[in-house]
Structure formats: C-alpha cells, structure tokens
Design a protein around this ligand. Structure first.
Ligand code: AMP
Ligand code: ZN
Length: 112
C-alpha cells in the first residue's frame, strides 16, 4: 500500500536489516530493539492489523507464524525460548499499521 512503511521495507524502497524473506513474508530487525534479539515478521500483502484479517487470510497468517518460529530456531533460540507478539490497536500500542509479529529473545522476558 502506498505510504505504508512496512510495505516500503518489503519492496526494498526503504532499507532494513533483513534476516529472512520468501515469497510471502519478510523479517527484519526492529529499529528500537527491546530484547537482544528483536525482529518483525510481516506479510508481503498489506493488512493493517489482525483486526482486518478474515478467513481468506488463514494461510498467510499460518505462514507468518511458521516463519517466526523458523527464524527463532535458525537463530538458535528454540532451546532457550522466545516470545511472539502481535499488537492490535491503540491500547495494545500498535504504532505501525501493517500487520507484524514481533519475535523477542535473548534474555529472560518480563510479563506483560
Ligand atoms: P508496534 O508497536 O507493534 O506497532 O511495533 C512497531 C515496531 O516497528 C516498533 O517496535 C518499532 O521500533 C518498529 N519500527 C518502526 N519503524 C521501523 C523501521 N523503519 N525499521 C524497523 N523497525 C521499525
Ligand atoms: Zn503495508
């Protein structure tokens, strides 16, 4: 979508440190990491948030989560553990309106 930051990263118009990409998803380092390992996994298709997902997005959502798990495993965090987060809407603190999964790892994470 025109003017969307994460669409621009996915298409290579805006630089990012990409750690994984395939036909459907792109993963890159968060610019303000809150853990030693912090990447964002996004679908190449624009979807503003999880609230906009429907049955038609089921396969894409599955690939997004599988990619998050694969990246964490490839980075060596499967044994230690890692956290996947999807912020949806204002009170969750969503600031970029292109669906993304945060993958956090590398320290003992507090909750929430
Ligand atoms: P959220 O609060 O879930 O919407 O998360 C948006 C995330 O995008 C934040 O953790 C930001 O640090 C991150 N972010 C914003 N701009 C960029 C960028 N240009 N490259 C990488 N990460 C970004
Ligand atoms: Zn977008």
């Amino acid at each position: 979508m025109d003017g969307c930051l994460f669409c621009s990263i996915a298409s290579g118009q805006i630089p990012a440190t990409i750690v994984y990409q395939d036909e459907d998803v792109v993963a890159f380092r968060d610019i303000h990491p809150v853990a030693p390992f912090h990447v964002l996994v996004i679908p190449r298709v624009h979807l503003a948030s999880l609230a906009d997902a429907s049955e038609a997005d089921a396969a894409m959502l599955g690939r997004l989560m599988l990619a998050a798990g694969r990246i964490a495993r490839d980075e060596g965090f499967e044994g230690r553990g890692y956290r996947t987060i999807v912020n949806t809407g204002a009170e969750a603190g969503q600031t970029v309106h292109h669906l993304h999964v945060h993958v956090l790892a590398g320290k003992t994470l507090s909750w929430p």
